[in-house]
Design a protein around this ligand. Structure first.
Ligand code: CA
Length: 375
């Protein structure tokens, strides 16, 4: 009996021991499981974002800040992006090269600033008499535009992403009335991109200056006229102090896409989840900027007119018709540059033709009935 009891005890003890070991093993596993993500979380990647905008400039600079904050938040602090205003790390119009060579991992600007490298890149910001903001997003995300943009930037070691839009811009600030196309003859005006080329065909002299230099250039008479963005941004720069007439519509920039440019090596070195976070943060920033401009332009225009007595004028129809003809020529000529340019032109123009048709039934039909003053 004694021997049997001893054997029983031995079995019970060994069972208890094995259970205890098993439990410990489970606990260890649980501990390891819980600690694994924490260890990953502690790895912080730091990026620099250079921008074409004055630091914290309303809408644009703050739009870049918003994008950086979104990336920081969504990554739980694993990818921290520090924003630099124009001139802090590199001048406004040198951010493309800076990100391309890896001086900064990321940039925020607009593709038409790089027309000196390749005129076709302008299609990825805006085209005179081209797509509105809503339509541009349609072309980029769902109409093949973004794929072409990525191809175009590949040789610069850059990945582009839409990261902001301001909607239809204003036509610009002038100190004389524009009553005929001849009034543009001899005019020295800050107007970037293809709109600048159109002004040249109308006898003017286009100049591309970064936003931060425009007020002084107008004040000193270095330029006769300038466009910038729209009421929200133009009020912030105080152009009403140096120009009398504020013309609309912004035929040259109907919905400029701003870009986030990302150094390809830096992007590819990110874990997949952080790559997805960067892409989606750009999408959020893109939509949020348009919402902000849509809301703030209304109030700013009211202030410009009521408080600062700015004279708001519409370009005469015949001036716009002539600018439209010149624009079509300028844009068509781009298509003849090379095979890739033709591909981009065909994609953009065929999308515009389709959307013009649909807009008649949707946006235009609705806006026309809503603006009926009798209601
Ligand atoms: Ca502009």
């Amino acid at each position: 009996m004694k021997g049997r009891n001893f054997l029983k005890k031995l079995i019970v003890i060994s069972l208890l021991l094995s259970n205890s070991l098993l439990l410990n093993a489970c606990n260890d596993k649980a501990t390891v499981k819980a600690e694994t993500p924490n260890t990953t979380l502690q790895k912080v990647i730091k990026w620099k974002m250079v921008t074409a905008w004055p630091k914290n400039f309303p809408g644009l600079g703050t739009g870049a800040n918003n994008l950086a904050e979104k990336i920081n938040q969504l990554s739980g602090g694993r990818l921290q992006v520090k924003v630099y205003g124009a001139g802090e790390l590199v001048p406004a119009l040198e951010i493309f090269d800076a990100v391309s060579r890896g001086t900064a991992q990321m940039g925020h600007g607009a593709a038409y600033y790089w027309k000196g490298k390749d005129a076709t890149l302008q299609f990825f910001s805006t085209v005179p008499f081209g797509l509105t903001a809503q339509e541009m997003n349609g072309w980029l995300y769902n109409g093949g535009g973004l794929g072409l943009w990525q191809q175009a930037y590949e040789k610069y070691n850059l990945i582009p992403m839409p990261a902001g839009n301001m909607g239809v811009q204003m036509g610009g600030w002038f100190n004389k009335e524009i009553n005929s196309i001849d009034d543009l003859n001899g005019l020295k005006m800050r107007i970037p991109g293809l709109g600048g080329e159109v002004l040249k065909r109308a006898g003017g002299t286009p100049v591309n200056l970064p936003g931060g230099e425009l007020f002084t250039a107008m004040q000193s008479g270095t330029i006769d006229a300038t466009e910038w963005v729209g009421p929200y941004n133009d009020l912030a720069f105080g152009f009403y102090k140096v120009a009398k007439y504020y013309y609309y519509p912004g035929w040259h920039e109907p919905g400029t896409a701003l870009e986030a440019i990302i150094n390809k090596d830096a992007f590819e070195a990110l874990p997949k989840d952080l790559q997805a976070i960067v892409k989606n943060a750009c999408k959020i920033a893109n939509h949020e900027m348009l919402a902000e401009y849509t809301a703030r332009n209304n109030d700013a225009l009211k202030e410009l007119v009521e408080k600062y007595h700015v004279q708001v004028r519409k370009f005469p129809d015949d001036v716009l018709a002539k600018l439209r003809t010149l624009s079509d020529d300028v844009v068509k000529e781009l298509a003849n540059k090379d095979d890739f340019s033709k591909k981009v032109y065909d994609s953009y123009i065929s999308y515009r033709d389709k959307t013009i048709n649909w807009s008649e039934y949707s946006e235009r039909a609705y806006l026309n009935i809503r603006s009926d003053k009798a209601q």
